[in-house]
Each structure stands twice: as structure tokens, then as C-alpha cells.
Design a binder for this molecule. Structure first.
Ligand SMILES: [Fe+2]
Ligand SMILES: [Fe+2]
Length: 145
């Protein structure tokens, strides 16, 4: 199995491509919205339960900031879901969510990942990947928001 940072990056790339499709192809929006609704909260929940929990004492300010961003993203996703797909407000709401997600993913990859690689051993990065998969599965079962 890959280590946790590889799993997180793969999730990021999958969510990025979902958002590209959502912005570019109106015909498949219904289905992609359902996928986003499942993937994004699960990803966020699993990160907080694993990587963030492990780094909270090491880089508290960075983790607090990242958790705040998760809160903003959850709120924006809830707002987007409240707008009907064919409403004129939907596209700008998606654009705002996409911008927030991209800024957050970039911050994780460029700021949090180097700390994780520096402070956590290779074996804990692999261990954490198993926990990450379990937590994501839990989130999918209970639809955590
Ligand atoms: Fe995150
Ligand atoms: Fe992430």
C-alpha cells in the first residue's frame, strides 16, 4: 500500500478532476455532484482523524488553520447543495468552492506534507495510510459532514 501522503495526493487529484468536470460539463453534473458529496467530506474527515491528529502537537498553528479551511469548505459545499443545479447562482457558487479547495490542497501539499515527511517516520506514514482508508470508509457509511 502507498503511504498516507500519496493517498491524500491521489484524492486531491481525483477531486480536482471532478471539479474540472463539474465546471466544464453541465450534462454530467447530477452524478458528479453525488460523487463530490461522498468524496470531499470523507477526505476531510479522514485527514483530521489521522494525519492532522498526528501533527497537531508538532505544528499546532498550521493544523488549526487547515481545520478552519475544512470548516469553510464544508460550509461552501452545503451552500452549493442548497442551490438547484439549473439556478444561475450555482456556477458562481461552484467557482468559489473550487477556488477554496484548490488553495487548501496546495497549502496541504506545499506546507503540511513537508512537515509530515520531516516529523513522521516512514513506517508511521505507512501505518497512517491504513487508518486513513478505515476512516474514509467510516465517513462513507455515516455520511459525515
Ligand atoms: Fe484537507
Ligand atoms: Fe486534503
Amino acid at each position: 500500500m502507498a503511504h498516507i501522503l500519496e493517498l491524500i495526493r491521489a484524492d486531491h487529484d481525483f477531486i480536482r478532476s471532478l471539479l474540472d468536470d463539474l465546471a466544464g460539463d453541465p450534462k454530467t453534473r447530477d452524478l458528479r455532484c453525488i460523487t463530490l458529496r461522498r468524496e470531499l467530506p470523507g477526505h476531510i474527515y479522514a485527514e483530521e482523524a489521522t494525519l492532522y491528529a498526528r501533527l497537531r502537537d508538532v505544528i499546532p498553528e498550521e493544523i488549526r488553520q487547515s481545520v478552519r479551511e475544512h470548516g469553510d469548505i464544508r460550509d461552501m459545499l452545503a451552500r452549493l447543495e442548497a442551490i438547484p443545479l439549473r439556478d444561475g447562482a450555482w456556477v458562481p457558487a461552484l467557482a468559489r468552492l473550487r477556488e477554496a479547495i484548490e488553495a487548501h490542497f496546495t497549502a496541504e501539499e506545499e506546507l503540511i506534507f513537508p512537515h509530515a515527511e520531516h516529523h513522521l517516520s516512514r513506517s508511521s506514514l505507512f501505518e497512517l495510510s491504513e487508518e486513513f482508508v478505515v476512516e474514509k470508509q467510516k465517513a462513507a457509511e455515516f455520511v459525515v459532514m
